[in-house]
Every structure is written in structure tokens, then in C-alpha cells.
Design a protein around this ligand. Structure first.
Ligand SMILES: [Zn+2]
Length: 162
């Protein structure tokens, strides 16, 4: 009998049929540790470089992100500029409403700002997911994105993001 991996990240990788490489551990571990932010390929590469002494090459990182997304460990969103952003798949919440600012391009979770409406949105998402599950659909997730100009940008207090 093969030994069970005790590291939760190893366990996730194994459960999704992925090799437990140090690169896979690094990327998934890092995104799981930053669950509220979504990153572009480039942002992720920069963040990992800051954290790590051994650099992860671009091609390896891109392939890894694709694989992790295919197996449902990462959530991929395409923002208003058609740029792909990735974050760890939220485990308990099926639809985390988030806000994309069209001016500074920050992407932030909205649960605090929406308060009760956020729970209603989650409930609606859950209902829709359950209905599709009953019809035999699998691997379901939902994305709720609101777009506009954030209050910082609207009031002119934000520096323009590069
Ligand atoms: Zn903004």
C-alpha cells in the first residue's frame, strides 16, 4: 500500500492526478496562501520570484497554471481587458462576488461591501449549482463579477497602477 501524503498540498495534487513536483507545490501553495487575490501569469511569476531563491521558468509556470486550472484547483477569470487571472479555487464558497475596477484594474472580493446581498448571491449560486448537479453536470463553479470604477478611483485618490 503506498503511503498517504500527509502534506495537504501534496494530497490535493495527488487527488487531481498531478505530479507532486516542487514547482507544483510552490504555485498551488502560494495561491492557497493568498486566496483573496487573483493574479495574472506575470504577477504570479513576480510574486514567486520575490519569495523563492530558485526561479521558476516562464514556460514551466504557464504549463503548470494551465494544468492546475484544467483539474479545477485554480479558478481562471478573464478581466475586462481580456487578461487571464488565476486564484485558488474557493473550497467552501461557490461564487465569491468580486469587483473589477476599470480604472486601476484591482480585483477585490465584495463580501464585505455587499453584506446581505453577498449571501443572497451565494445562495442563488448554490441553488443553480445543485440544480445542474442533479442533472449530472460535474466540476461546477460560478463566477460573479461586478465591474465599474472603485470608490478610490472615483474620488481620485488612487495612483494609477502600472
Ligand atoms: Zn480603482
Amino acid at each position: 500500500m503506498p503511503p498517504l501524503p500527509d502534506d495537504p498540498i501534496d494530497a490535493l495534487l495527488s487527488a487531481h492526478g498531478l505530479r507532486r513536483t516542487s514547482a507544483a507545490r510552490l504555485v498551488l501553495g502560494w495561491l492557497l496562501a493568498h486566496p483573496d487575490t487573483s493574479y495574472t501569469h506575470a504577477q504570479l511569476q513576480m510574486a514567486l520570484q520575490d519569495d523563492q531563491t530558485e526561479a521558476l521558468d516562464r514556460v514551466t509556470l504557464y504549463r503548470l497554471i494551465d494544468r492546475l486550472t484544467q483539474v479545477g484547483l485554480l479558478l481562471c477569470r478573464v478581466d475586462a481587458r481580456r487578461v487571464r487571472r488565476y486564484q485558488a479555487m474557493p473550497a467552501s464558497v461557490h461564487a465569491t462576488p468580486h469587483f473589477e475596477c476599470q480604472s486601476c484594474h484591482r480585483d477585490s472580493p465584495l463580501s464585505g461591501a455587499l453584506q446581505a446581498s453577498s449571501r443572497d448571491l451565494e445562495k442563488a449560486a448554490q441553488t443553480a449549482i445543485e440544480a445542474l448537479k442533479a442533472l449530472g453536470y460535474t466540476g461546477l463553479s460560478m463566477d460573479v463579477a461586478l465591474r465599474g470604477v472603485c470608490s478610490d478611483c472615483a474620488s481620485g485618490t488612487t495612483e494609477t497602477a502600472a
